[in-house]
Design a protein around this ligand. Structure first.
Ligand code: AMP
Ligand code: ZN
Length: 112
């Protein structure tokens, strides 16, 4: 998808700190971290938001949670716990229209 910042990260056109990559999924550090660990996990396929998830995407969405589980362990936040957030649309506060899962942890997160 042209002009999508996360598609540009996938293509290596914009630098990022990649912490996981396979043929379908990539994960990189959020540029404005809201917690000591703040990683974005995204499908390489451009999907705008939850509203655009198709039945054919169900497997990859499930796999994203397996990757999140692995990353939480690698980042050593699995025992204390963490938060996974997916914002959708304007009211949900979504700024980048490429589906992404925020993985946040490393401190007691505020209730919001
Ligand atoms: P959201 O508000 O859910 O759309 O979240 C978008 C997230 O992307 C924000 O937390 C931003 O800090 C993050 N972000 C935007 N541009 C970049 C970038 N080039 N590299 C890493 N994270 C980014
Ligand atoms: Zn994209």
């Amino acid at each position: 998808m042209e002009n999508c910042i996360f598609c540009k990260i996938i293509k290596g056109e914009i630098p990022s700190c990649i912490v996981y990559e396979d043929e379908e999924i990539i994960a990189f550090k959020d540029i404005h971290p809201k917690a000591p660990v703040h990683i974005l996990v995204i499908p390489k396929k451009h999907i705008n938001c939850i509203n655009d998830i198709e039945p054919e995407d169900e497997k990859i969405i499930g796999k994203i949670y397996s990757v999140i589980k692995q990353l939480a362990k690698v980042q050593n936040i699995d025992k204390n716990g963490y938060r996974v957030v997916v914002n959708c649309g304007e009211d949900g506060g979504q700024e980048v229209m490429h589906l992404h899962f925020h993985l946040m942890g490393g401190k007691k997160l505020p209730i919001k």
